[in-house]
Design a protein around this ligand. Structure first.
Ligand code: HEC
Ligand code: HEC
Ligand code: HEC
Ligand code: HEC
Ligand code: HEC
Ligand code: HEC
Length: 295
């Protein structure tokens, strides 16, 4: 943990604290009265907007799926728990407000989606006041293992696929991009040609676009199509085996299913690490005899 010091914290911020805290308290009080779903999509639920509301980043965030993370959690088909909020809501640990630390955030009191202050804080000494290193920022939420087993939901597997880990029966196999992209997910998902204009993808929309591939690959469009076809074929083959399996409680079944879910959970065909996706499915296929052979 870092030891934060206050000096490089702008003085005017300190002065506005009282004001902001009051504003916040009012907001929270209102939300508490009017039920769970109100305010979740309001840009003013997050205090940063008082100063940053008109900036490009804020405007782009309006287009981002992150904006809907809390609404979708609460209105989604799965049973939401307070623990889900660690990734579906943010904005309560702002150092400008001592009040915040004393709040227990629950589904009833949560107001913010994946908002600015999950990723930024003026107290941070990192570039752009990032709370975490750029390497670990996105993967802290975008992982299959969300600790929400039992809720009936399988989360996407971008982190596991990108880093090439946690599958069954296959050695670690990071995407070649891990080495060449210092900013990792951010390299593709926040790439922007014109920094000062509001983008439709990249920047704070966090949406990736295949045009990024051209930075380094010539023929990726066509290649990717072939990869996709190849992997979808393998997935079908694995699915057939899984459906016919004698014993769905067996360790082999669980392994074959895990690998299948991982590939499927990554844009449907293992986009973030094609080589690993192939290896995972190959391993599942190698279990055919054990899964559907005579008992
Ligand atoms: C606090 C947890 C959290 C962090 C950190 C986080 N995300 Fe997300 N992200 C989510 C959640 C939750 C959703 C689902 C939102 C929804 O649709 O309900 C999501 C959705 C997305 C989507 C798909 C939805 C869309 O916008 O079309 C992309 C792409 C994405 N995030 C990229 C990123 C990138 C890149 C980073 C790192 C810069 C990142 N995320 C960091 C929680 C997080
Ligand atoms: C999911 C994490 C995440 C969220 C949420 C987020 N940011 Fe960022 N922000 C980043 C990252 C990562 C960078 C650095 C991008 C880079 O280095 O290419 C950044 C950069 C910035 C910058 C520097 C210049 C620029 O525009 O890139 C500003 C300003 C900024 N963010 C403001 C905001 C505001 C305001 C919000 C809320 C509307 C917000 N951010 C929400 C991750 C996030
Ligand atoms: C009282 C006004 C005010 C509030 C409230 C405020 N900021 Fe800032 N912020 C500023 C100013 C002024 C700067 C530029 C000077 C500096 O870097 O400190 C800045 C800079 C930043 C930057 C760096 C931009 C870059 O180019 O690297 C980020 C990121 C940021 N703020 C995020 C936030 C987030 C997130 C919140 C809410 C938790 C927030 N700010 C709340 C006034 C504010
Ligand atoms: C470790 C972080 C994390 C935790 C904890 C977490 N989620 Fe998520 N959730 C995400 C991310 C990231 C996404 C976006 C990518 C995806 O769809 O997997 C997401 C997406 C979702 C979506 C799909 C949103 C949409 O686009 O419609 C639902 C529904 C959801 N989560 C429900 C839950 C529930 C219910 C819980 C608690 C039982 C939970 N999540 C806990 C990170 C998390
Ligand atoms: C090589 C560039 C690249 C890197 C690195 C990368 N992505 Fe992606 N990602 C993409 C592309 C391209 C898509 C597909 C976008 C589309 O279909 O329009 C995508 C799709 C996604 C989606 C699904 C979006 C949706 O709408 O459902 C999520 C979530 C996501 N990536 C998160 C991540 C995370 C987290 C990381 C880091 C572990 C990461 N990505 C690293 C290029 C990249
Ligand atoms: C910063 C440069 C860079 C960018 C941008 C980039 N790649 Fe790569 N990619 C590499 C390198 C380096 C390798 C490993 C060497 C190789 O196989 O060409 C690689 C390998 C791959 C591979 C596995 C081997 C192969 O060539 O088939 C795939 C698939 C891939 N990239 C897809 C993508 C996609 C899709 C995008 C865009 C979303 C993308 N890459 C963007 C640098 C990049």
């Amino acid at each position: 943990m870092r030891n934060y010091t206050f000096p490089n914290f702008p003085a005017f911020m300190v002065i506005t604290l009282g004001l902001i805290a009051t504003l916040l308290l009012t907001l929270i009080a209102k939300t508490g009265n009017s039920g769970i779903t109100t305010k979740t999509d309001s840009r003013f639920a997050e205090k940063c907007y008082t100063c940053h509301g008109n900036e490009v980043a804020s405007q782009e965030w309006e287009f981002s799926g992150h904006k809907h993370a809390l609404t979708n959690l609460i209105e989604g088909p799965y049973e939401a728990k307070d623990s889900c909020l660690s990734c579906h809501s943010a904005g309560y640990n702002d150092p400008t407000s001592n009040w915040a630390r004393q709040q227990e955030i629950t589904l009833k009191t949560a107001v913010n989606a994946v908002s600015c202050s999950f990723c930024h804080s003026h107290k941070s000494h990192r570039k752009h006041y990032l709370n975490k290193s750029i390497k670990s920022l996105c993967i802290s939420c975008h992982k299959m293992d969300c600790g929400c087993s039992g809720a009936g939901i399988i989360h996407q597997s971008q982190s596991e696929m990108f880093l090439g880990r946690d599958g069954a029966g296959v050695k670690r196999m990071p995407s070649p991009h891990v080495k060449v992209m210092k900013k990792r997910c951010v390299h593709c998902h926040m790439a922007k040609e014109t920094p000062d204009t509001v983008a439709k993808h990249g920047g704070h929309t966090f949406k990736a676009n295949f045009s990024t591939c051209k930075q380094c690959h010539e023929d990726m469009d066509r290649k990717l199509k072939d990869y996709k076809t190849q992997i979808e074929k393998k997935m079908q083959a694995v699915k057939v085996i899984l459906d016919q399996a004698n014993n769905q409680e067996s360790e082999n079944y669980k392994q074959a299913k895990l690998n299948y879910d991982m590939v499927k959970g990554d844009s449907g065909y293992g986009l973030h690490n094609i080589n690993y996706a192939n290896a995972l499915l190959d391993y599942s296929l190698s279990l055919e005899q054990e899964l559907i052979g005579s008992q």
